[in-house]
Design a protein around this ligand. Structure first.
Ligand code: FE2
Length: 415
């Protein structure tokens, strides 16, 4: 008997406060949540090179809340940072965590709160084969408040965290519904100090989140789960995530170049901050797929920034997914500023490809994988990417090894 397709989807997002200068209100936000003592988890470079973490600390202390700072988070953080932050948090009586920074600081804050509430060895809650795959206990963890200082990862509204395991040369991700931030404080002013290279990488990550969510398998194209519990965490694209993804792509099309060219352009920074949040709501429910699967195939030792690794094959991926949703791809091209008038559905992939390449050129994104690797590396990359079956099966079209090879070849160089 053929199973009917699924009919349901749900949408989760963090409560969010958005506005230029809104981080000034964070002490009040925390006070209203009944919080008395926090561990502020932040990035080492951010704390050294900007006054953002110090200011946030001051805004919280103004309300009589005590703040301890853990500032040893590095980019692509090692899981050891969670153990370190946990040690600090356990010695204090903290009742909440505030993550200030990019994805890494927010991820460390989320994971530290989880392990403080549900003590375990770090690898207990990590999926096999790298961890023990024990289920993360349900029930609330200590609230995590996220203050993003980049416009990209969207970690402020996803229940996931990812860490490097340096001794194994890999990165792993894990998450559970109770790791969702209790509040996202999105203040575009906190993003103006981002260097252009970080604006570029994080912005492409956000654009890819929106695109991958928009071109994920549809929620009602999967077979009906036997029980509600078996419904996947990432349900696929649906009417809500499509709205969020489209708006994110439109904002990025409008503001990305400006945010790179003029770091102090508050309107452009606001557009990018909002876009990153919207894109994260979209992918946090619909899922990401090929670009993120491919990002794991590049060697860990090269330490490519996440947004670069995700973006390198993005134009090639768009050529591959376009035949499934030509109208959606035409819409993406249009939102990114391409003239799609009178374009046929057969041109949809190429129009997105061209829109991305033009954007990449203007913002100074690397000119394809040949800037880092040789053509002869492609077979190895294909092998690694094809192992990411969970991610790949979230795409509207499942790429075979031959398809992946074509995606890599179409992304060797763009101009
Ligand atoms: Fe990402």
């Amino acid at each position: 008997m053929e199973m009917p397709n699924d009919y349901a989807y749900s949408v989760r997002m963090s409560p969010m406060k958005f506005g230029v200068g809104v981080s000034r209100e964070i002490g009040n936000d925390l006070k209203r949540m009944g919080i008395k003592s926090v561990l502020l988890v932040t990035d080492e470079n951010l704390n050294r090179n900007t006054d953002i973490p110090k200011k946030i600390k001051g805004y919280i202390e103004q309300e009589g809340i005590s703040v301890e700072v853990y500032d040893k988070v590095e980019p692509e953080p090692s899981y050891q940072r969670v153990n370190d932050a946990l040690e600090v948090a356990s010695s204090l009586d903290v009742d909440a965590f505030v993550g200030v920074g990019g994805g890494s600081a927010m991820d460390v804050a989320k994971a530290t709160s989880l392990y403080l509430t549900h003590p375990a060895d770090f690898f207990d809650y990590i999926g096999k084969p790298f961890g023990k795959g024990k289920p993360i206990p349900p029930g609330p963890i200590k609230p995590v408040i996220c203050v993003p200082t980049t416009a990209g990862t969207g970690a402020e509204t996803t229940p996931m965290a990812s860490f490097a395991i340096p001794e194994k040369g890999i990165k792993i991700g894990f998450g559970a519904p109770n790791m969702m931030p209790a509040l996202a404080v999105v203040d575009p002013l906190n993003t103006v100090t981002m260097p252009p290279s970080v604006t570029v990488a994080t912005g492409v990550d956000a654009l890819s989140h929106a695109f991958e969510a928009y071109t994920a398998v549809a929620y009602n194209a999967r077979p009906m789960p036997r029980t509600p519990e078996e419904r996947p965490v990432y349900v696929g694209c649906n009417p809500v995530t499509d709205v969020f993804a489209e708006r994110a792509i439109e904002l990025i099309g409008k503001y990305f170049r400006r945010a790179v060219a003029k770091p102090n352009d508050i309107e452009a920074r606001s557009g990018m901050s909002l876009a990153a949040f919207l894109a994260a709501v979209a992918f946090g429910n619909a899922g990401v797929h090929i670009n993120h699967a491919i990002s794991y195939s590049f060697p860990y030792e090269r330490h490519l920034p996440h947004g670069i690794a995700v973006g390198l094959c993005f134009p090639g991926t768009a050529l591959f997914t376009a035949p499934i949703y030509p109208e959606k791809h035409l819409r993406v091209a249009e939102l990114l500023g391409e003239n799609t008038e009178g374009a046929s559905k057969y041109e949809a992939g190429e129009l997105v490809y061209n829109a991305l390449v033009r954007l990449y050129y203007d913002i100074g994104f690397p000119n394809g994988i040949s800037e880092y690797f040789d053509e002869s590396d492609i077979p190895e990359f294909v092998k690694k990417a094809s192992q990411q079956t969970r991610l790949l099966s979230a795409a509207c079209r499942y790429p075979s090894e031959k398809d992946l090879e074509e995606i890599f070849r179409n992304s060797l160089s763009f101009w």
